[in-house]
Ligand binder design. Structure first.
Ligand code: GDD
Length: 420
């Protein structure tokens, strides 16, 4: 029997995801038409023997989250439960705090998945590797180029045995081009080192007698406190993948992840891809259209477009490399390229909403998405355009490389600006 834990974090995280994370918790942001973590749940539900999926985070269990859990349970016919941390406990603290729930029923092993990654989740292959050796920790690893590897956990492995010899979280100088994907398979014994870290932290706190100081009561950093500490002791192994993988930290990376998942739908969910039908809109490449969306027959959509619930797309609209969220309206002849149009926003006739993609370098097979700062030298870097929720764009204007905060009613064109 197996279980899975998805680390969903909480509201103060996801700052690079603003203004989109104002409306919906980041793990529920739609990527390729479904909430970000639905991709994780679908992958887990397909592993034979999966008994339960636990979401651990410090969000309040509000309406969208509760609704999502109910729908997921019905759809996958599996218990999908949310366990709320009393305070942010870090990437390992929640696993230790909820150890009884995780180990209830005696699972053979459990997957741990960061919510903010996009992947083809090679969980069955990881399970096979785990069953051959039964080491406490198995990490999914992939490659990144030298510069970008510094943004991730870096792994030095023994190439013959795949044992992790050395682990450094976001090093300041180059260590290895193998990076941690934030997707793990742990055996129940993995909780013992977590207990050791917890107890050590408690003792340190008592010695210091400084209740306000970090680390907080139950905080455990899986990467530094466990992986770095145990590397080279025969307990941590890496399973390397060259499948799709990306982090989802910024809105730009959500658009990129959407493209990766839409590309996979051909094999995993062909029914989710819109087909060109006589009298219907023109579809180019991979496009997702929610069944309740109304799309005019003269619109041209794609590639890599995802259209949410209740969206209206008018005559002559051109949409490419974009996500249009729930209830938005694109009036006749608008052109939306490399952008995210927020919930309930309206783009007026003949307006053009355009962004600049910052995709990984296509000539470097190890390049990853850069989700760094929005600014460089005090200037907004060219990036995708984002319209927050209920923004109104008038007719015949150009909104280029800009971020528009929610509820703004614009009256003219804007280029390279954050509109507050
Ligand atoms: N429950 C809970 N979840 C948390 C907490 N803090 C972070 N998380 C969740 O844990 C995951 C990792 O979040 P970060 O702490 O922001 O780390 P990171 O910068 O994304 O780096 C991690 O992921 C990379 C791969 O995407 C790794 O390369 C890196 O080593 C590390 O594991 C995210 O899904 C986040 O929601 C917490 O206090 N509680």
């Amino acid at each position: 029997m197996l279980k899975a834990v998805i680390l969903i974090g909480g509201p103060q995280k996801g700052t690079r995801f603003r203004p989109l994370s104002f409306e919906v918790p980041k793990p529920l942001f739609p990527v390729a038409g479904v909430p970000m973590i639905q991709h994780h749940i679908e992958a887990c539900a397909q592993v034979p023997g999966m008994q339960e999926i636990l979401l651990i985070g410090f969000y309040q269990p509000d309406e969208p989250l509760t609704q999502f859990l109910e729908t997921a349970q019905q759809e996958f016919n599996l218990p999908v439960r949310y366990l709320q941390e009393f305070a942010p406990l870090g990437t390992g603290g929640g696993l230790y705090h909820f150890r009884d729930q995780i180990l209830a029923g005696g699972p053979e092993a459990f997957f741990v998945l960061n919510a903010d990654v996009c992947s083809d989740f090679p969980l069955n292959a990881m399970l096979d590797a785990h069953r051959r050796q039964r080491h406490p920790f198995l990490l999914l690893g992939t490659t990144a180029n030298r510069t970008q590897s510094l943004n991730y956990g870096c792994i030095v492995e023994n190439p013959q045995t795949h044992e992790v010899l050395h682990y450094v979280e976001k090093p300041s100088t180059f260590i290895s081009d193998i990076i941690n994907c934030g997707i793990y398979l742990f055996s129940p014994e993995a909780l013992k080192p977590l207990r050791d870290v917890f107890q050590r932290n408690q003792q340190d706190r008592q010695l210091e007698d400084s209740p306000g100081l970090w680390p907080g009561a139950g905080t455990i950093r899986l990467e530094q406190d466990v992986f770095s500490a145990l590397a080279g002791q025969g307990q941590i192994y890496v399973y390397l993948t060259d499948g799709i993988w990306s982090q989802i930290k910024s809105a730009g990376s959500a658009l990129y992840a959407s493209r990766l998942y839409l590309g996979r739908y051909e094999f995993t969910h062909p029914e989710r891809l819109a087909k060109h039908t006589p009298g219907g809109p023109q579809i180019r490449g991979n496009v997702y259209i929610h069944p309740t969306a109304k799309v005019a027959p003269s619109a041209v959509l794609g590639p890599n477009v995802s259209i949410g619930k209740g969206v209206t797309v008018g005559e002559g609209v051109r949409l490419r490399e974009s996500i249009v969220l729930h209830g938005a309206t694109l009036q006749e002849h608008t052109c939306v390229l490399h952008s995210i149009v927020g919930w309930g926003s309206t783009v007026g006739r003949w307006a053009r909403v355009e962004g600049t993609p910052n995709d990984p370098n296509p000539n470097d097979p190890r390049a990853r998405m850069d989700s760094e700062s929005l600014f460089k030298d005090g200037k907004l870097l060219p990036a995708i355009t984002i319209l927050g929720c209920r923004v109104r764009i008038p007719a015949e204007v150009l909104i280029l490389n800009s971020i528009v905060l929610p509820h703004k009613e614009l009256s003219r064109s804007f280029t390279n600006q954050i509109i507050l």
